[in-house]
Design a protein around this ligand. Sequence first.
Ligand code: PLP
Length: 368
Amino acid sequence: MNHKISLSESIIDIDLKTPFSSVDTSFINQFEQTLETFYKKEKKVVAVNSGTAAIHLALILSGVEEGDEVLCQSFTYVATVNPIIYQKATPIFIDSEKETWNMCPVQLELAIKDRIAKGRKPKAIIFVHSYGMPAKIDEIVAVSRKYKITLIEDAAEALGSEYKGKKCGTFGDFGILSFNNNKIVTTLGGGVLICKTEEEKQKAIFYATQARENVNYYQYKEIGFNYRMNSFAAFIGISEFKKLAEYLKRRLDVNDFYKKYFIKFSNITLLKEPSGDFCSNHWLSCIKIDGENTVFTKHTLMAMFNKNNIESRFLWKPMHLQPVFKKYPYYGTKIAESLFNNGVCLPSGSNLNRNDLERILTSVKKIL
Ligand SMILES: *Cc1c(COP(=O)(O)O)cnc(C)c1O
């Protein structure tokens, strides 16, 4: 049997010669500085133990409280939504548009108008760059400014992606990244909150460290969380970040390989940038299969992959269709739903070599 090809394996290559002190937290600050430099010192960065924690902190800093409404992209991973529920707030789900598969700015504005008409102005917007593809950022930022609603940018999958030459994660009032083990750079569990001011950064660190008051005994006036990144994760992050360019190149090469093949098929669309303004990191390469071709469907493709020990996945099942979130409002048509019905995530890891790619293609060719 051939070795298993994973959907999104990330390589870690660290050199462990120096003894590691459990109380030395300097790597955490260093990792934050690495990212602040990456964002040209225009942003403040807080290292935490997951992307989910970073979203939760962004909501807390946005003042989202019990009963508030938060507009949220439906086509995403569940971690985008759960923190809204942690705050006892209400998610209002928004459909995608066809080009980037991310939040539809038109549906977003319709939703805002309708929520205001119903008597409650939403407190925040969370949009996502799914699979690394930048959303229609200008349009979404314009809507958030027009209605003065805090914008949270879930760039968990979009490290290295850019829009109009500017890095994803820097467009919202708050941004977040994830360094989970399937992301392009991993710390084996970790994330960051990206914010604008030192005050916001200190407030985020306060809530991430159990909201301990700054006195020399243990005193608390608020509820906090154990969300700080550990120093070993930060150590891994510092070292791994140096290889970001290489990891991005590998993901791009995988995407190019698929592009060359799938271009021949008019009914198969590989997710691609709508224009030169968009630059995806191609975290995952994904296809959407249209039309009535009964031979090549997401089911036959995934079954063939499975038989050949190759991992693939469905595209996100939209959050508004999830049993646990069904009761919340949704604005849209069926764009996200049709992506779920017709799409597949192809193996995209930064460890894939030529042989792996040929093996994947052989499986595809067996059906086509
Ligand atoms: C991975 C991911 C997260 C959360 O990251 P964790 O580090 O796993 O908590 C959030 N949003 C999206 C879209 C993600 O893909």
